[in-house]
Write a protein that binds this ligand. Structure first.
Ligand code: ADP
Ligand code: ADP
Length: 232
């Protein structure tokens, strides 16, 4: 589902340059939950932002769902990005809009009628267990509820891939568990491929099938979670 081939990213600012990714290769299979773990500064965030080209790699190829994103124009890229949903540590909801409007936002321009949009939004709210909050504003929601809204919004265009950038790092352990179990449920129900970056090993152990360990812009270990975490 996702291939990264020899992807590198160098940030250049003033007279400094930082090699955040060093010729990284990665393969994420369809339907798996893939974790990327490593200390702060290892390059995790750069890597996940490269997968949807929020960040343009300096060199290398990125292929998602058989399409090489690195070769696309901005217009083609906007279309292809619909296949890739993303959620963030701080949820990134629109404060002045209610839950319904936040989730319906990515559906604008999709050609759905008002009724179809309503059906879709309610379906998504049902999936994330928040039907009773349809008219609430983000400020009226807990952290876990905000992340549920963000997940519903990320799924609005029926993506093939969901990218999670430290999605549970702002949440307490109990809420983290419930969000992880929701992600697992969505993975199983929709067959969605999920990529999770985190600095918390526990998150990986809890729900990931495969894991890549990053250090200093490199993937230093990669494989099945059970193999990586089982010591002889
Ligand atoms: P992680 O997500 O693992 O903490 P990042 O991908 O955020 O790692 O960062 C990797 C390296 O790239 C770090 O040295 C960081 O300081 C640097 N970096 C990240 N973003 C930028 C940027 N926009 N400009 C310059 N350097 C950056
Ligand atoms: P604006 O651009 O004016 O902020 P949006 O286009 O984002 O508004 O969303 C407005 C649409 O959302 C309207 O069709 C409105 O009826 C619908 N809407 C907002 N809240 C709800 C709700 N709780 N239940 C159903 N529809 C809602």
């Amino acid at each position: 589902m996702i291939f990264l081939q020899q992807v590198s990213k160098t940030y250049v600012s003033k007279n400094q340059s930082v090699k955040a990714l060093k010729e990284v290769n990665l393969h994420v299979s369809q339907g798996e939950i893939f974790g990327i773990v490593g200390y702060s500064g290892a390059g995790k965030s750069t890597l996940i932002r490269c997968i949807n080209l929020l960040e343009r790699p300096t060199t290398g190829k990125i292929i998602v769902d058989q399409k090489e994103l690195t070769g696309l124009s901005e217009k083609e890229l906007r279309q292809s990005r619909k296949k890739i949903g993303m959620i963030f540590q701080h949820f990134n909801l629109m404060k002045a809009r209610n839950v319904f409007q936040n989730i319906a936002y990515p559906l604008k321009g999709s050609g759905l009628s008002k009724t179809e949009t309503e059906t879709k939004v309610l379906e998504l709210l049902d999936l994330v267990g928040l039907k009773d909050k349809v008219s609430a504003y983000p400020s009226q929601l807990s952290g876990g509820q905000k992340q549920r809204v963000a997940i519903a919004r990320a799924l609005a265009n029926d993506p093939k891939v969901l990218l999670c950038d430290e999605a549970t790092s702002a949440l307490d352990p109990q809420t983290t568990k419930s969000i992880l179990s929701l992600l697992k449920q969505i993975n199983e129900k929709l067959g969605l491929t999920i990529v999770i970056i985190t600095h918390e090993m526990q998150v990986i152990k809890e729900i990931c099938h495969s894991v890549a360990l990053m250090e200093d812009g490199n993937i230093v270990e990669c494989g099945n979670v059970l193999e990586i975490f089982s010591y002889p």
